[in-house]
Design a binder for this molecule. Structure first.
Ligand code: GDP
Length: 468
């Protein structure tokens, strides 16, 4: 597993960042076997990729042992895959930090300069001082205000290898490459690879207490005359409720949790674990927000669970009847949600509904069908390669240390959601911003509304696979 090392002077906020990155993982799963027990090392999950996070401890320049500590940390850093050097914005840039940072840069590892405690506009101005370091990967964050963490996570994950977790419904990339494209790839791509029941859609409804989840479930289920099944169980067993809609079965997952438990416990640790299970068993998630009351940090935390499970997502603004807002105002709310609150769910369509008056509940059902059909779509390999080739011609891949970076070909290796492999000569050199560019290009060619699009870079497996 790759190693991320946090380095910086005491009190700059290293352990807060450490806890924040580590806690996200811990909050989601109680199963932490395999996690080392040391307090300064944890397995973390960064945008769905696993890594070992190491807190190097303090680098106290007042300490007479400073030089030794520095040397040791430097030695340890040689072993790391990614280095995060942290400074305190409020203390300003100093020569010690700069000298040490330059020593670290000599290791030629992906490195981030993280400026913490950027809590205000004034701090932002102050942070400009650090541009003197002449370094481009600078991240302004505030651990306590939870800002800037997403950008840092994106940077980290762009340098982490994908940790593939194949399940029964999909082949791992390696298997797929071995079995399907030895020498040449199948023109029809993935078509025969994944067997999924296209007529059965599993949906989870999530959101904090009182946003109207159970009212929404009632509206979705009761509107339809034919409730197919309501599998009974105790309060502890998950209860799924299904309806037939336009020839498809829509199964709402773990509705017992929605109807009862969420009211009692809220999103506490137990509920989070349960939510995680629910998401694992779903393809589509409805993220319910209270449009009348507004959005808060808890909404964001709940939304954060979605990205990790690669689900199709629809953002449902409930209680629209209480808002009295016009279409134009709706657009503004959407903009706020996309730009400020849920940047990482930018692909999710937003719909305003009223569970109470049942306004636009039918539209929501139609939207579920649409997102699901996007979610399971199969992308023809030849067309995919043509699009990627054109995108690379329009914006050539940046060189890596003077060497040409090449994508030999692309192929979809999994559906639901679509996952695309780029088989390359230097997969590590694929920068996340380039990946994002390709994602945007593909989103222009295919309707992927509501659907995450995963792009994985891979080194060529077998020699004969590559036609240079
Ligand atoms: P849950 O905790 O997310 O399951 O929320 P509930 O479904 O229990 O709803 C919480 C409260 O909001 C209840 O008093 C509902 O009647 C009310 N509510 C839910 N949806 C709407 C809506 O669309 N409009 C209005 N005005 N009230 C709603």
């Amino acid at each position: 597993m790759q190693k991320i090392m946090l380095i910086g002077k005491p009190n700059v906020g290293k352990s807060s960042l450490f806890n924040r990155l580590a806690k996200e993982r811990l909050a989601i799963t109680s199963d932490i076997s395999g996690t080392t027990r040391d307090t300064n090392r944890k397995i973390v999950d960064i945008n769905g990729k696993k890594a070992i996070l190491v807190d190097s401890g303090g680098l106290d320049d007042k300490d007479e042992l400073f030089q030794n500590v520095k040397k040791n940390t430097l030695k340890e850093a040689k072993d790391a895959d990614i280095i995060v050097y942290m400074v305190d914005c409020k203390l300003g840039a100093n020569d010690d930090d700069r000298a040490y940072f330059y020593d670290l840069l000599k290791l030629k590892k992906p490195t981030a300069l993280v400026i913490n405690k950027v809590d205000s506009k004034k701090d932002e101005e102050r942070s400009l001082e650090f541009t003197r370091f002449g370094f481009k990967n600078i991240f302004n964050i505030s651990v306590s205000h939870a800002t800037g963490i997403d950008e840092l996570n994106d940077f980290l994950s762009s340098h982490l290898r994908d940790t593939f977790v194949p399940d029964n419904s999909e082949l791992s990339l390696e298997d797929f490459l071995d079995e399907n494209i030895a020498g040449e790839y199948d023109e029809e791509g993935i078509n025969e690879v994944s067997e999924i029941d296209e007529n059965h859609i599993k949906i989870s409804i999530l959101g904090r207490v009182n946003v109207g989840k159970s009212s929404l479930l009632n509206a979705l289920v009761n509107d339809e005359r034919c409730v197919v099944s309501s599998i009974a169980g105790t309060t502890i067993d998950p209860v799924n409720e299904s309806i037939e809609y336009n020839g498809k079965t829509l199964e709402f997952v773990d509705t017992a949790g929605i109807r009862r438990r969420s009211k009692i416990l809220g999103i506490e640790k137990y509920a989070l674990n349960r939510t995680e299970k629910m998401l694992e068993n779903s393809q589509i998630a409805l993220l319910v927000l209270d449009a009348a009351e507004g959005f808060n940090e808890l909404d964001e935390r709940i939304a954060g669970l979605l990205g990790k499970n690669y689900l199709g997502v629809i953002i449902v603004l409930n209680k629209w009847d209480l808002c009295g807002k016009s279409d134009k105002e709706f657009d503004e709310v959407c903009k706020h949600l996309r730009l400020d609150r849920f940047k990482f769910l930018a692909y999710a369509p937003i719909i305003s509904v009223s569970a109470l008056s049942k306004k636009r509940i039918k539209n929501l059902l139609d939207l579920i069908l649409k997102v699901h059909s996007n979610y399971i779509q199969k992308i023809q390999t030849s067309k995919l390669n043509q699009i990627i080739e054109e995108a690379c011609l329009a914006h050539p891949l940046p060189h890596d240390k003077g060497k040409l970076v090449k994508i030999y070909y692309a192929t979809q290796y999994s559906v639901a959601p679509p996952k695309i492999a780029l088989v390359m000569n230097r997969p590590k050199a694929l920068h996340f911003s380039y990946k994002r560019y390709l994602q945007n290009v593909l989103r222009k060619h295919y309707d992927l509304s509501g659907v995450p699009l995963i792009i994985a870079a891979r080194k060529k497996g077998e020699k004969e696979l590559i036609e240079e």
